[in-house]
Design a protein around this ligand. Structure first.
Ligand code: DGJ
Length: 729
């Protein structure tokens, strides 16, 4: 049993893999947090909560000046009744007041993991791998009720949390804030690790010590965003890649979110994550409910590396779904950087044919095939083929590429509408907007109003028609701007602040319908590169285009940062031309190959214009990747050297049975008389011997303790190396 309840002490003890999470019902129904960390055999904790009469920490019970919510570690704290810290929720009643007081009424434990209605969430495949605790709370004055759910996976260091709010009163209520999880830590001895960035510079890892007050990361953009990722970790000061305690939070959501840590007057840290409450509220009529997205809590005693591997296997195995979940992903050739909008049927056929001859498996036709689209100013929403560019349509083009032995994939951007489109001329009110105000454009486009059922149905219909029109087995689902003037004329005034979340619910419904209707299509999400790289998208689409920046050196940081949370099988990575189109840097083809094959491998350059030498190199890259694809996509990732700490980067992939390992090493910027480098490998079997292709047989213990010497000879500014190790019987 993973969830135990002691009726006498009223303690819940949840165990998940190597983790314990402990809560207690105290007094008349307060739910206090006792412990989260390394797995414990049992929890007595009799003197855990300290009661003291403290100045300016008021007391809900006038007869007890030692009890204040201001000092009580809590599971789902409110504002207004003695706790002055950052609350997890706030609800406004019909009389305008905002005080609430949820107390535990009952609980139940169920096998498995119930789904969240309308929202993506981690899942359990059967009742034996997970168990769920549902705690019912109620506020007797207002009729507000909440169900806190906690799922523990038997074999994973993961606890999932979510909250359902219900109005059981007789008057409408306005939810002003509804976070998904709150954890009150006993101290503040942590560094905050998170993944800020920008377009073409996504998920650059930052680590800062906590300070007194609130520190937060958030997106107000209507997307999880390039600028922040819905993830943060609290790492103990001594935690490294390989060791030490890390407590991580991830939100299964693709829209605006907020995550914060408040260090209070007593040096305790309150961490929370959930929907961004900025410009948000949700009206609950009597009898209505509001479901918060799911938060994932991961504990690691093995540093950031251990945390990442827990997220990786969870996302790979219990977030991604569908027939591609466990399948090796195809090596693709995408025409975007090769042609941009400048193509026709003949040039595309030549392009695909050149890719096929080199061994590429899937051709992806990117932007520019529909409506009158010859630049990025027009036609979004007009999802019918541009016959003047592609006479005979997609069926003819895709058919001929498929006949030659390649798969065919297509780019779409279904969430958007161009002002210059037939769809906009017909339905000018189908975009998010505020009547009477101008409609700000991003990349010359507007965002469709997915709060409206008729808009969602039209998009499902038009995308389905395209997918049925040709042998399409892959879709790149793009989204190229953030939301402004977030409003919907279809919603009443008191529901305007629901627009952004209702949009996400509409989007998730569309993606659920399309991915269920087309189970044989591999979907890849994209948002101007990695602007929506989050678990919510992975629930529907098992891979994401990591960044519009395809420069190998920039990609080291982007892919390293992304790998903190997301598995390699989800990370699209392509070899592109030099000088690179985003940063104009020239790197070696070898290094571009090694960086891209450390992800979901593909090419994105004009394959019809390659030299003989380049063709030979690409053929051998494809051969190498094909031979090691399963190891890279489904093995365990160990990060060895960080690009955020110097000019060297290294990572390795180890097969589950530890029989095979692949080590990649990169160095940027040649240096005279450079340092002598060794890298300590990880994840191998200490007792086993490993043969390397260079002919030497090493002990696993030697490779992990003495390390691998990096040859000191450098020819160029940008260098990379790869070693393969195979266990000797
Ligand atoms: C942004 C994507 O990230 C690119 O890869 C490309 O598909 C363009 N959009 C096309 O407009």
């Amino acid at each position: 049993m993973s969830i135990q309840y002691n009726a006498e002490s009223r303690i819940f003890h949840l165990t998940a893999g190597g983790t314990s999470y402990v809560m207690q019902i105290i007094r008349d129904g307060y739910l206090s947090h006792l412990y989260w960390g390394k797995r414990l055999r049992r929890y007595a904790g009799s003197n855990e909560l300290q009661y003291l009469d403290r100045g300016f920490s008021p007391n809900p019970d006038p007869d007890d000046r030692t009890f204040s919510l201001d000092t009580l570690p809590q599971e789902y704290p409110a504002y207004g009744a003695t706790d002055f810290r950052n609350p997890a929720y706030q609800v406004q009643l019909q009389d305008g007041t905002t005080v609430s007081d949820l107390r535990v009424r009952s609980h139940r434990i169920v096998a498995g993991k119930p789904a969240l209605p309308g929202l993506p969430a981690a899942y359990a495949e059967d009742g034996s791998e997970a168990e769920t605790l549902l705690i019912e709370l109620a506020d007797e004055v207002s009729g507000l009720a909440a169900t806190l759910s906690y799922t523990v996976y038997e074999q994973r260091n993961v606890i999932t949390r979510s909250v359902l709010l219900r109005n059981e009163g007789t008057q409408p209520q306005q939810v002003l804030r509804a976070f998904s999880a709150n954890v009150d830590f006993r101290d503040d001895g942590f560094d905050l690790v998170h993944l800020p960035g920008a377009w073409a510079r996504e998920r650059h890892m930052e680590r800062q010590p906590l300070h007194t007050g609130i520190q937060s990361i958030e997106s107000r953009r209507g997307a999880s965003s390039h600028q922040h990722n819905p993830f943060f970790a609290l790492a103990r000061k001594d935690a490294t890649e390989r060791s030490g305690e890390v407590y991580a939070f991830s939100l299964v959501y693709s829209g605006s979110f907020t995550a914060s840590v408040e260090v209070d007057q007593f040096s305790t840290a309150r961490a929370s994550i959930g929907l961004n409450d900025f410009d948000f509220s949700w009206r609950l009529e009597p009898g209505e409910a509001f479901q918060c997205p799911e938060a994932l809590l991961v504990y690691s005693a093995d540093g950031l590396g251990g945390m990442s591997r827990t997220f990786h296997s969870l996302f790979r195995e219990r977030m991604c779904r569908g027939e591609f979940r466990d399948r090796e992903r195809p090596i693709l050739i995408n025409n975007w950087e090769g042609t941009y909008f400048d193509f026709n049927a003949e040039s595309i056929e030549q392009f695909a044919e050149a890719g096929r001859e080199l061994g590429m498996e899937l051709f992806v036709l990117d932007d520019g095939w529909f409506g009158k689209r010859n630049d990025d100013k027009t036609s979004l929403g007009d999802w019918f083929v541009n016959e003047s560019k592609l006479p005979g349509g997609l069926g003819k083009l895709a058919g001929s590429i498929v006949d030659k032995g390649m798969r065919f994939g297509l780019w779409v951007e279904p969430e958007m509408i161009s002002r210059d489109s037939e769809l906009y001329r017909k339905h000018p009110d189908w975009c998010l907007h505020v009547p009477g105000r101008s409609r700000s454009e991003g990349r010359s486009q507007l965002v469709l109003d997915f709060t409206r059922d008729e808009v969602c149905s039209e998009i499902v219909r038009s995308v389905s028609d395209i997918l049925r029109s040709a042998p399409i087995t892959y879709v790149k689902w793009d989204m190229n701007r953030h939301m402004t003037e977030i409003g919907s004329p279809a919603l009443p005034p008191e529901r305007q602040r629901e627009t952004a979340h209702r949009y996400m619910l509409g989007l998730y419904k569309i993606m659920e319908e399309l991915t269920s209707a087309f189970p044989h299509v591999l979907f890849e999400s994209c948002s101007g590169g990695g602007g929506r790289f989050d678990p919510g998208m992975l629930y529907y689409m098992p891979q994401t285009w990591t960044s519009d920046n395809t420069d190998a050196v920039s990609r080291l940081k982007i892919q390293y940062g992304t790998s903190l949370v997301y598995p390699v099988s989800t990370m699209g990575a392509h070899v592109s031309a030099v000088p690179n189109h985003q940063v104009h840097r020239t790197t070696t083809l070898e290094m571009r190959g090694h960086v891209a094959m450390s992800g979901n491998f593909g090419y994105e350059l004009d394959v019809t214009a390659l030299s003989e030498e380049e063709q030979t190199a690409i053929r051998s890259q494809i051969e190498f990747y094909s031979a090691h694809r399963a190891l890279i996509q489904f093995g365990d990732l160990y990060r060895l050297l960080s690009p955020f700490e110097g000019s060297e980067t290294a990572w390795m992939f180890v097969s589950k049975d530890k029989c095979e390992a692949l080590v990649f090493y990169f160095r940027t910027g040649a240096e005279a008389n450079s340092r002598i480098s060794r890298i300590l490998l990880q994840g191998l079997d200490e007792q086993a011997d490993y043969a390397c292709e260079q002919g030497i047989v090493y002990g696993g213990d030697e490779l992990m303790s003495s390390g691998l010497a990096i040859p000191a000879l450098w020819k160029e500014d940008y260098e990379s190396m790869v070693w393969k190790f195979t266990q000797r019987p």
